[in-house]
Design a protein around this ligand. Structure first.
Ligand SMILES: [Zn+2]
Length: 122
């Protein structure tokens, strides 16, 4: 997938994302959203549009890490990292990202992989 438009609250970004990420971004309302994808690497983003500047920039937005505490937000769901994509020019928020981790990836089937619970990834 190349040059996919992903919408955030303060604009959009254009990024090269995988088919898997397209599925995550598609909330069934006819456009794709930035937030459900998780964190996008800066190299994957080619442009960003800022509603405040009313301008499209030929560069990725600034990626601002808000916090990376591990916080359990629901049973079997941990918020690993939270941050924002900010406009290069005025610094307003284009969109947000959240990275979640399921404590038990295979919770719905019978073959749990306990290494997810014990290994401290990243
Ligand atoms: Zn701006």
């Amino acid at each position: 997938m190349s040059n996919t438009t992903l919408h955030g609250s303060g604009g959009y970004v254009i990024a090269n994302i995988t088919e898997e990420q397209v599925k995550k971004a598609d909330l069934g309302v006819g456009k794709l959203f930035l937030a459900p994808i998780g964190k996008l690497e800066e190299q994957k983003i080619t442009k960003h549009y800022c509603k405040i500047c009313e301008e499209e920039f030929d560069s990725p937005p600034k990626i601002h890490l808000e916090e990376n505490n591990r916080e359990e937000v629901a049973d079997n769901l941990v918020l690993v990292e939270r941050g924002q994509y900010n406009c290069q020019k005025c610094n307003s928020t284009i969109g947000e990202y959240r990275v979640f981790e399921k404590q038990d990836e295979t919770g719905e089937v019978g073959n749990a992989r306990p290494n997810d619970l014990t290994s401290d990834s990243n």
